[in-house]
Design a protein around this ligand. Structure first.
Ligand code: AMP
Ligand code: GLY
Length: 424
């Protein structure tokens, strides 16, 4: 089979690396990919939002199955376009991708189907006064969210009335662009966060890993929110009982609810969870794998990913089961200094070649390019280094030993990935 992976970050590197090892794969292409991904897949420079270009690529290169990494092409309807042409695609349709693309849609959907999540209210731009009155009366802290895709930056947790008012006013003044034209204001949920990933074929959802992410830029969960600075898998807080509860109360009712509304959900589904005193509740859905979580989950997966995505497209997940290596995995993200704010591109990363050849870690490239023999940083999050081990501590030690072998003064990483699950 000929696979095409859409995307060019660390997640897509992990997907390409897994698919390249599949006995089903005759070829793996990646659009646009990056210099590191080029070791596992043939990279073709078509951007993730160039839907016409991606469709043309899939046709021209006789792709049998397209695996879509990021949310943007999903929300833009790439899967619908491919399917209309008879090309198999693993990822939700634009209608199903609204679970991530619109928080107002997601919250109303959860309310319709009894899926546990924070209580909420929705306000459009002409309802600014009502929104302000709402935050004046509601218990603190209160959470103010932009409705649309805002790259993780559209959420404010307001501890004071003044901060809540500011958040509402800023959103309606355009701080989140079009994504903030509609606001979701919701109850604050206290608890520990964890993520559960599912692979779905429209009717059946199988758990494909749990993880905990580290969203803040700096140690001790300080600094601005990022796309994620590191992750580990499995997440020990998600016990087998909790996993079953999440599948039974959140994930399966979501698939069934969508099906009842005429929408088939096929693809990875990422449930961002809050483990509250009253049980697990949904913080958000993402209609894709997490990044960097994917880089910590896939190395643990024993079942062939190629077979799983084909099984999902064929609607036979009910008859498949997932097997895992017993290892723990921990991924440390290396980012360019300044990220998630402004940063420079083009600095040289030393020691990468040697690390690439070592068996101690897996190196996933999020944004690199080559210039002759040199490897250069080419984005905000640049590399993910995954260590595996019989314990989480061992996985962590391996990952950081790998980090220490790189010579990249213009980069940084957090030094405390895994702290929640490790003693002291
Ligand atoms: P979201 O983009 O919806 O995932 O929100 C980003 C982050 O804000 C989450 O990962 C949580 O840490 C936090 N958050 C969002 N909604 C809530 C909520 N209702 N209660 C507590 N924390 C929240
Ligand atoms: N690491 C968080 C995300 O992928 O959304």
């Amino acid at each position: 089979m000929r696979f095409l992976v859409v995307g060019g970050g660390g997640r897509e590197h992990a997907l390409c690396w897994s698919l390249a090892a599949s006995p089903l794969a005759d070829a793996v292409l990646c659009a646009p990919g990056n210099a590191g991904i080029a070791r596992d897949a043939e990279c073709v420079p078509v951007a993730v939002d160039d839907i016409d270009g991606l469709v043309a690529l899939a046709r021209a290169r006789e792709i049998d199955l397209v695996v879509v990494g990021p949310e943007l092409p999903l929300v833009l309807g790439l899967v619908d376009r491919l399917e209309a042409l008879g090309i198999r695609a693993f990822g939700p349709s634009a209608a199903a991708a609204r679970l991530e693309g619109s928080k107002a849609f997601m919250k109303a959907f959860c309310a319709r189907h009894g899926i546990p999540t924070a209580a909420h209210a929705v306000f459009t731009g002409d309802q600014a006064e009502a929104a302000l009155a709402h935050v004046e009366a509601a218990p603190l802290p209160i959470v103010v969210k932009a409705d649309g895709l805002a790259a993780g930056k559209g959420v404010v947790i307001a501890e004071t009335r003044a901060a809540a008012r500011d958040a509402v006013e800023a959103a309606f003044a355009g701080a989140f662009g079009a994504a903030g034209a509609t606001l979701v204001i919701e109850e604050f949920m206290a608890g520990e966060e964890a993520s559960l990933f599912a692979i779905c074929d429209g009717r059946t959802a199988l758990e494909i890993g749990t993880a905990q992410d580290h969203k803040r830029a700096h140690d001790g969960d300080q600094g601005p929110n990022t796309g994620g600075m590191g992750a580990y898998s499995p997440a020990p807080v998600l016990t087998p009982e909790l996993i079953e509860e999440v599948l039974a109360t959140i994930v399966r009712p979501t698939l069934d609810g969508l099906a009842a509304e005429g929408i088939l959900y096929r693809g990875f589904l990422y449930a961002g969870l809050m483990l509250t005193a009253a049980g697990p509740k949904l913080v958000e859905y993402n209609v894709r794998y997490g990044d960097p979580e994917c880089q910590a989950v896939l190395p643990r997966l024993m079942t062939d990913l190629g077979q799983l995505v084909v099984g999902a497209c064929d609607g036979i997940l009910e008859h498949m089961d997932l097997r895992w290596y017993p290892d723990h995995a921990l991924t440390v993200v290396l980012a360019a200094r300044g990220y998630p704010g402004p940063y420079a591109r083009g600095s040289v990363i030393g020691g990468l070649e040697a690390l690439e050849e070592s068996d101690d870690v897996l190196l996933f490239h999020a944004a690199t390019r080559r210039e002759g023999e040199r490897w250069l940083a080419d984005g905000g999050r640049v590399l993910g280094i995954t260590g595996l081990g019989a314990t989480l501590q061992e996985a962590r030690d391996r990952a950081y030993a790998g980090v220490a072998r790189l010579d990249w003064p213009e980069g940084f990483c957090r030094g405390d990935i895994g702290w929640r699950a490790l003693p002291g």
